[in-house]
Design a protein around this ligand. Sequence first.
Ligand code: SF4
Length: 344
Amino acid sequence: MKEALLYEKLPNHSVRCNLCAHHCVIPNGKLGVCRVRKNMDGVLYTLVYGRTISQNVDPVEKKPLYHFYPGSLAYSIATPGCSFRCQWCQNWQISQMPQERDLIAGSLAAPEQIVYRALETGSRSIAYTYTEPTIFFEYAYDTARLAHQAGLANIFVTNGYMTQEMLDVFHPYLDAANVDLKAFRKETYHRFVGAGLQPVLDNMKLMKKMGIWLEVTTLVIPGINDDPSELRDIAQFVAQELGAETPWHISRFFPAYKMMDTPPTPLATLQQAQQIGREEGLQYVYVGNISMEGNDTLCPNCGRALIRRHDFGVIFNRMETDKCPACDATVAGIGMSHHERNWQ
Ligand code: SF4
């Protein structure tokens, strides 16, 4: 067990964890909401340091990040646990493991081993993903620093519920993030996720300000967040507060966890959301979790297809630099040229 970072001691051997926006006050002997941080005699410990429940080599498109070294590989890791309780979680077996089974399983892997495996597999980056990476902050932080020394980039796939304090510490090592914006109604966050909306919105703006490459994902769920007015609110927020160049991924819901009776998102709803995103001025709106047209990256100026994708693969990438080869307009992103793909 490793002592946690970002907490403060309180009277009577209690502690306050300042890692995520829950700011749990944890009495002696108890766990925080994430159930992977424990107060033992007034000292907060992380129970998941080095304990991976998942390690995979994924296309970076699977995160999804479409404007960050397209076509490259991301060595992807997770530990058990999460700060959210999303009723539709697609990874609930690992994210809710400490809650549902009172168990923290996984194989031990030191940060050095993770970086070594990332290099060995030709990965361009390490992605902290599948569960909420904020809750394994200390492990991610040590790994991310070594990754930078080795020339690898770092990616967070996150619910965006960390504190500013956490981002202040981590951001020099964080190159890109995909933030899951689950809804634009605080009631939905409270009822179905067990958290608040505002910290997520604030953190996305902060990440942008810090220079972290940002893409946003919304899982569109029938009856939860598929109202066109709510989808328009999300698109407006992304366009106005984060910038029209910020990619928005609209993802298809499939029945999972506690929402097995809700049907998959109809194709028409996804197409409507994509249309709304474009009407609100977003330059890059993609549809995920489904095989359909519309996932090419088009030049925002002349409309030429620059990157063509199928599922998680890149079929072609016409970018020689970060500019459209036809009209010289800038295409937002990091490492967009196809030359960046084979970097080693
Ligand atoms: S990470 Fe968040 S949920 Fe976990 S103990 Fe800290 S404040 Fe609570």
